[in-house]
Design a binder for this molecule. Sequence first.
Ligand code: ARG
Ligand code: ASP
Length: 767
Amino acid sequence: MINKILLAIFLLSTTLTLRAGEGMWLPQLLKALNEGEMQTMGMKLTAEQIYSVNQGSLKDAIVHFGGFCTSEVISDQGLLLTNHHCGYGQIQSHTSLENNYIKNGFWAKSLNEELANPGLFARFIVRIDDVTEAMLAGVTDQMSNKERQSQIDKNMAKLKENTKLGKFEDLMIRPFYHGNQYFSFTTVTYNDVRLVGAPPEMIGKFGADTDNWEWPRHTGDFSLFRIYAGPNNEPAEYNENNKPYNPKHFLPISLDGVEEGDFTLIFGFPGRTNQYLPGVAVEQLVETVNPARIAIRDAALKILDAEMRKDEKVKIQYASKFARVANYWKKWIGENQGLTSTNALTKKATLEKEFTKKLNTNLTLKGKYGDILPAFQDKYKALEPYVLSANYYNEIMGRNIEAMRIVSYMRRLVSSYEKSGDDGYEKYKGRILGRMDSFYKNYSPKIDKQVFARLTEMYGNADGAKEIAASMQNYLMGNGIRDYNQLADQVFAKSMVLDKTAVLAAINQNPAAALEKIKADPLYKFAVKISDTYQEKIEGRYREINGEIADLQRRYMAGLMEVFPDRRFWPDANSTMRVTYGKVQGYQPRDGITYNPLTTLDGVIEKYQPGDYEFDVPKKLLELNAARDYGEYATKDGKMPVCFLGSNHTTGGNSGSPAIDANGNLVGLNFDRVWEGTMSDINYDPSICRNIMVDARYILFIIDKYAGAGHLVKEMKLVHPRTDSSNNKSKKKMNKPVGAKKPQMQLKNESTEGTKQKVVPYRGGGR
Ligand code: ARG
Ligand code: ASP
């Protein structure tokens, strides 16, 4: 009994107070919300040194990398540091059998050897402003969802029109707290970003899928790029004459490393979290959605794995695809286990009980929010018949049967012709030709056919996806097909989609003949039938209910903040710039096991398996290790640090984010989380949520000693914050990089100069 009471008190206190390490905070609100706590935890910087509109601050070194990862400027020559897995697509695009940069690594010896990457961009944030008032002008509680959205769209257009921007600036407006608050981000985007260096895969992807989402970790997951600018340091499209970009700020790199308990800050662009879901939503995720998508990927991965083991060529073709599918497959398994082991549902229930109790003591609040929790129950129940079908559809038709990609191109080709005639047809054809080349380069119809047979069978037998299942079964019956293997045989034997030459021959005819050929294709016909069923029976209603849920979630968020005014709320991640902070810290994954937060090169050697595709080690690295030839990058006791753990709250998109020490220096590079804590996207728990970083000293060691690219290290500013007396004397002094001594506000313009920002954190209440 006593235990039960203690448990209840514990659960209550953890749901009502913010948990240490939790939160992805807006940089311009740190002063109001976090500065004190951060300094208590050991930070020696001020909020102004992290984010300032008027002078160079840490934020000016933080770059959204291609919109999917984070990177940071680490020299006054625009040198960018990000993860190997973030630069993987670019590294692969420059790779050929003769120049196998994935296998052997790549190091530009001078600027003119750096490689251009069309389409890749580097985006800076100039300033962040609260635009809630303008965005919600004229919006009332009485409006329907549709009316509300249309008013917001109008307000956004007006706001964009009325905002004065500098020559190269853009304005991006995003909802926060599920639409209760809006911020605008003034951005400057550079489009000439070149590949500078990458370690061989045996270092950059060491441990591959076996070690992915795991601790202890030994991956040197980094790569180097460089931003190039046109005349006057301004953004410019790729041009030979462009010069390395001179930043407003770049991060010095600490050679002193970290110890357990040290303050760390992660600055980047986290993609998506769902921390404020009602219990009923988490239940649906744990019990329905995650098991379905895990099972689908499990089936597909088994087929891929078996074929990859049989054939070296297939292994190369499918390595990157396998990694992509396996990444979230493994994440969802960890997420489900973590949600269960941390009692996420009990915690949600406790919070909801407390919420209801508070409403019951206050009639006004009850009137405003009393309907929300029961409505969530109804809406998620209404969603249930659609949610499985939608997830099956996305996973099976949208991702794991690869040929569906080509089918979707064919569908667009058909509709382009039907809409805009020859012109439309030719235009879209021009767009897909290149993509088809890269698709077929890595395509095995033999594998895809097995995946098709297995996954259509799963879809056709899925209890929760009745409409689609019926449509599949009808298709089989209508065509006299016995089972899904026979379906695969028939469809794959006669479809042109499996063969690039056949597809090109078909679409290079005149459009009318091409359409006839496409529409007669058996795979195309099958896919059209299934996707028509999906669109008719599932998609519309699924979207509609989700829209209603989003509206409830907006009101619930406002309600939580108003009902618990003493609690500090952070806005869910939405791919905008955030700061998270914590400490270097280990954890206990299971009873009786404690993990240290630091790993060394000794662990690489322990895992070393000659010839294995995940755990092989390059010869040179073995030699450097045998000779203990670590240069100036070793720890005091002569070890080579590799990775470390922290209690910083991160998610997908934070890959490539700098880990910054108490003084504003780079000490590590974020790239992953631990498996037991992957539920941090839904239910952050300080006891087991940890982020994984590569130690900056390992990165420097690999660049300098392993790759012999010391010229790159010379560009950087290396510092010793623990021994540097100037740092110890003045507590609040940021280690200024050399490049920032000169006045470097090249992007000055009216909107960024000399402005005072009014910052008032949102306190709930909603509209
Ligand atoms: N789990 C990390 C993230 O979500 C790393 C993924 C890349 N590595 C891999 N083996 N798939 O991005
Ligand atoms: N590996 C992830 C990324 O690529 C980071 C994470 O999910 O922790 O952004």
